[in-house]
Design a binder for this molecule. Structure first.
Ligand SMILES: NC(=O)c1ccc[n+]([C@@H]2O[C@H](COP(=O)([O-])OP(=O)(O)OC[C@H]3O[C@@H](n4cnc5c(N)ncnc54)[C@H](OP(=O)(O)O)[C@@H]3O)[C@@H](O)[C@H]2O)c1
Length: 345
């Protein structure tokens, strides 16, 4: 048996989640069965999709049950294995949940090469968020050099990779982010052509800012947020523009939904500008993970793609960090350090 701490969903949120929706529990994990591994979590990833799993609503994935461990991916160290592909000491990424230890099917875990980059990047720039950026840009938007792209949540785990990849491909990149410091980072450290602060402008002023930053119009809007940013980008979209619809975090807890732009106005813009809007979920694109890693890992190693991480210390602080992230309190990929990293990072 292995002692285990975990964060469970104590109750479903009504609107904006609070810390009362979570509870820390202690228990024990049985020894691994045939084909299973026991993993000690080192890094836990906090992601916006987890907000959706807290609701009992029909979606592309089952909700977390009340009393169940909060879902999530983690990077950890194998401490026991009954799977031929893993030995104690291996570093893996898998669906550990918000827990100090997890029992995983070996077949569901992927080995992480600590020589490639710090192992935490397997949850960010070289993991699911980076892959999402790559798929949205390549497969969904089919970005071409010379085009102009707007990306929202521009300094976040997904948005920062979208903007940098687009810039390397010769697109004009306009970010939208929350606050002057994030915008400065996008322009000066990530190399975006411009970045606009959505917190300092209403939809009309934001639309004007985008018009000035992309004077030839917007060919691609990489949609991460919805809300007033979507409203501001739409009038700037060029004919035959594309909108990879990756997320809509502004609306995840129901805030602003009643004031959102009306469907007829949205529909009309899509029609008259002949826009292609395509929602996508990254787990439909597992086949391209290898190609993504092959292209992006060397760029990260050479410093041509940069990344930032926000780290919360200790599993017990995961709920607070998660709530802050939903409100833009993170700066880059939000992680929780659950246990010591053998690399000492
Ligand atoms: N389709 C998929 O398979 C897939 C996979 C991964 C992620 N996603 C989606 O991609 C988006 C970004 O995810 P991420 O992991 O990279 O998170 P992230 O950007 O690192 O963190 C979330 C960010 O959302 C922004 N935000 C929150 N409320 C907002 C609001 N009302 N208006 C504008 N921005 C707001 C905040 O940035 P600012 O401070 O800059 O406002 C916050 O930092 C999310 O919508 C997520 O659900 C989708």
């Amino acid at each position: 048996m292995t002692a285990c701490r975990r964060i469970v969903l104590a109750e479903r949120p009504k609107g904006k989640p609070t810390e009362d929706n979570f509870r820390l529990e202690e228990g024990e994990l049985p020894a691994p069965g045939e084909g299973q591994i026991t993993v000690r979590t080192i890094w836990l990833s906090l992601d916006p999709y987890m907000r959706g799993r807290m609701d009992d609503a029909k979606s592309y994935a089952e909700p977390v049950a009340v009393g169940g461990t909060m879902e999530g991916a983690g990077v950890g160290e194998v401490i026991d294995s009954r799977h031929p592909g893993f030995v104690p000491g291996d570093i893996v990424v898998g669906r550990t949940g918000w827990a100090s230890h997890a029992l995983l099917a070996g077949a569901s875990a992927r080995k992480v090469d600590p020589a490639l980059a710090p192992i935490s990047t397997a949850l960010g720039v070289l993991g699911m968020p980076g892959h999402t950026a790559w798929v949205g840009l390549n497969r969904i938007a089919r970005a071409r050099p010379g085009e102009a792209i707007v990306v929202s949540a521009a300094t976040g785990a997904v948005g920062s990779v979208v903007g940098q990849l687009a810039s390397l491909r010769g697109l004009r990149v306009v970010g939208v982010a929350g606050g002057a410091e994030k915008c400065r980072y996008a322009e000066q450290e990530l190399g975006f052509d411009a970045c606009l602060d959505h917190r300092a402008a209403d939809a009309r002023a934001l639309a004007e800012g985008i018009r000035q930053a992309a004077p030839g119009g917007v060919d691609i809007y990489y949609e991460n947020v919805g809300g007033k940013t979507l409203e501001a980008v739409l009038p700037n979209m060029n004919t035959f523009g594309r909108i990879p619809l990756c997320g809509m975090i502004a609306w995840y807890s129901g805030q602003g939904v009643a004031d959102a732009m009306r469907v007829p106005a949205l529909w009309r813009t899509i029609l008259v500008r002949r826009l292609r809007v395509q929602g996508f979920i990254i787990f439909d694109h597992d086949d391209s993970f290898g190609a993504f890693l092959e292209e992006v890992a060397p760029l990260v190693r050479k410093g041509r793609i940069r990344y930032r991480e926000s780290v919360a210390e200790g599993l017990e602080n995961a709920p607070c960090a998660f709530l802050k992230m939903l409100d833009g309190g993170n700066f880059g990929k939000q992680l929780v350090r659950v246990g010591p990293d053998p690399a000492g990072t």
